[in-house]
Write a protein that binds this ligand. Structure first.
Ligand code: FES
Length: 91
C-alpha cells in the first residue's frame, strides 16, 4: 500500500505530521500483531505539497493519499481506519 502524506505548509499547519507519527505507530502495532494483518508493506512517502491546495479555494488540508485515492481534511482517525480496513485479515 502506498501512502503519501503531504508536508507542505498548509497541511503541516493542520496536523499532517501528527498523522505521519500515527502511521509510524500503526506500523509497529501491525508488526507486533502480524497474524491479524496481511503482509502488505506500507510504503510511506512524505511529499512537499501534493498540489491539491493550489487548485481550489476549498479547504483540503491536511491531505493524505492512500493507493492513489486522496483524503481531504484528513484526520488521524480516518487515515488509521482506512489503512486498517484495507490490511486487516477477515476472520
Ligand atoms: S500543502 Fe498539502 S496539498 Fe498543498
Amino acid at each position: 500500500m502506498k501512502i503519501k502524506v503531504c508536508a507542505g505548509s498548509n497541511c503541516t499547519l493542520l496536523g499532517s505530521m501528527n498523522i505521519l507519527d500515527q502511521i509510524d505507530d500503526l506500523k509497529d502495532i501491525i508488526s507486533e500483531d502480524a497474524d491479524n494483518y496481511s503482509d502488505e508493506i506500507l510504503e510511506v512517502e512524505v511529499i512537499k505539497c501534493l498540489g491539491y491546495c493550489k487548485n481550489t479555494n476549498k479547504k483540503v488540508a491536511p491531505v493524505v493519499v492512500i493507493d492513489e485515492e486522496p483524503m481531504f481534511n484528513a484526520t488521524s482517525q480516518a487515515v488509521m481506519e482506512k489503512i486498517v480496513n484495507k490490511i486487516r485479515k477477515q476472520n
